[in-house]
Ligand binder design. Structure first.
Ligand code: UDX
Length: 478
């Protein structure tokens, strides 16, 4: 099938390469010339495991090309996928749909024949209906462009696998033809037994925001439990393990720590709240404000814990932050919890060095005030405290004995509860983590629990709160 994929960010570039890989004739489109040049040369413009292989294979097959021209796209596609970013609007919780609208406005007047326009971006419920009217007014006489919504659930770091082997496909359609067209697009996945849910567009749009809201709620739930664990002298990791054995709950997305970030979960729950308010059902999702608030609080709590561990004042203290990206196996630093903490520490006067295996370049652009490098030992040289804030696999491989030799003080905050604490302690490190009072801190009685509450939940200052606030989301990247 002749497909176009418009918007070649984290979502679109992977979708374009994977659709060509399964046999379609694909034209990828973006306004960013540099990105298009890189992709056409087989160089992914961002770090995503396996994307380079799929891209190289697809280009070599002759089934994948790239352009910056929406006119060319209009002439190529029988199905047009919209994969542009829907970032948070400046000064509002709502999603900014200007890139989606710009695609429609630039594409539709050039359409030579009837076709299907399929949205994959995350959008407020009702967008398909709105775009249907917009497209009808822009389409050339005699041309009918139907709109469908087919949300994407891929995770960065697993994007290729999630696209080729999704948990499910959701198609929000208004006609049998549109449904059949999407079934043909995804025929290899359907043949492999991937569940395909055909529904109306409103439900399809809602599935995506509901899924992300549920995941965000699960993370904030366990982080709320971490706060209770700190006050009670209990261990949140053991708690999560025990909860996770209940198959109704499940262990995934119950990793307590610094919380969620990235270009999706934070802005999606805010946009959902804004849309629910417009629909008059704000109270139904008001809990998402709490989810957001709990999530931001973990950043504040981490900064407060670091300050407490260096003796109450961060001014001039050498701090090393391990991790800049919002999650491992990505170079994406959008709304990164690790960078939010690093900048808050910097604002409180600390001399901060940030290490990240893949995200240093993006971190330097987003936060030129931070020293970011790719050499771990150099970054840790002379550190008075090390904060492990993104759980890259390579940090689990670090030898704590060797690292103890280069730092000034062997003090670690494990912001992701992902390092082997016993090994680090055996190597002489003081190890702290949210929701996990150190063994010696555990209160044998309620009275010492009182003491612990005072210690671990050291009060956050206004500076923590200001510094750890989510940075504004950059616009224009899917
Ligand atoms: C998310 C959704 O998972 C995906 O389905 C959707 O299409 C896009 O948004 P992604 O942004 O790639 O994907 O990241 P995800 O793996 O969901 O992690 C989000 C954040 O939550 C990360 O910052 C991660 O570190 C954090 N997280 C995740 C936790 O803090 N604890 C957990 O247990 C799981």
């Amino acid at each position: 099938m002749r497909l176009t994929v418009i918007g070649t960010g984290y979502l679109g570039a992977v979708h374009a390469a994977c659709m060509a890989d399964i046999g379609h004739d694909v034209l990828g489109v973006d306004v960013d010339t540099e990105k298009i040049t890189a992709l056409a040369e087989g160089r992914p413009p961002f770090y995503e495991p396996d994307l380079d292989d799929v891209l190289t294979r697809a280009l070599a097959s002759g089934r994948l090309r790239f352009t910056t021209s929406l006119r060319e796209a209009a002439l190529h596609g029988e199905v047009h996928f919209i994969c542009v970013g829907t970032p948070q609007q400046a000064g509002s919780q709502a999603a900014d749909l200007r890139y989606v609208d710009a695609v429609v406005d630039g594409l539709v007047p050039h359409l030579p024949a009837s076709c299907l326009v399929v949205g994959k971006s995350t959008v407020p419920v009702g967008t398909t209906a709105r775009l249907t009217s917009r497209i009808a007014s822009l389409a050339p006489a005699g041309v009918r462009a139907e709109v469908a919504w087919n949300p994407e659930f891929l995770r960065e770091g697993f994007a290729v696998d999630d696209t080729l082997r999704p948990d499910r496909l959701v198609a929000g359609v208004t006609s049998r033809e549109a449904d059949e067209t999407l079934r043909r697009v995804y025929a290899p996945m359907l043949a492999a037994g991937v569940p395909y849910i055909s529904t109306d567009p409103n439900t399809a749009e809602l599935v995506k925001v509901a899924a992300n809201s549920f995941l965000a709620t699960k993370i904030s739930f366990i982080n709320a439990m971490a706060e209770v664990c700190d006050a009670a002298g209990a261990d949140v990791v053991t708690l999560a393990d025990a909860l996770g054995h209940d198959t109704r709950i499940g262990r995934r997305f119950l990793n307590a720590g610094l919380g969620f970030g990235g270009g999706c979960l934070p802005k999606d729950i805010r946009a959902f709240t804004a849309r629910a308010q417009e629909l008059g059902v704000g109270p139904a999702v008001a809990f998402l404000d709490q989810v957001d608030e709990i999530n931001r609080r973990q950043r504040t709590r981490t900064v407060a814990l670091a300050r407490q561990l260096v003796g109450g004042d961060l001014t001039g203290r050498r701090v090393t932050v391990l991790g800049a990206t919002f999650k491992p196996n990505s170079d994406d630093v959008r709304d990164s919890p690790a960078l939010a903490v690093a900048t808050a520490l910097h604002r409180q006067g600390a001399d901060v060095r940030v290490h990240d295996p893949e995200g240093s370049a993006n971190a330097r652009v987003a936060h030129p005030e931070l020293a970011c490098g790719a050499d771990l030992l150099t970054a840790c040289q002379g550190a008075e405290i090390v904060l492990h804030l993104t759980e890259w696999g390579q940090y689990r491989e670090v030898d704590p004995v060797k690292l103890a030799r280069v730092v000034r003080e062997p003090v670690l905050i494990d912001g992701r509860n992902a390092l082997p604490h016993d090994e680090w302690r055996a190597a002489g490190w003081t190890v702290k983590a949210l929701g996990r009072p150190a063994p010696s801190d555990r209160p044998p009685t309620a009275r010492s629990g009182e003491r612990l509450r005072a210690t671990i939940t050291s009060p956050a200052t206004d500076a923590d709160r200001a510094g750890a606030r989510a940075p504004a989301l950059p616009t224009g990247r899917a």
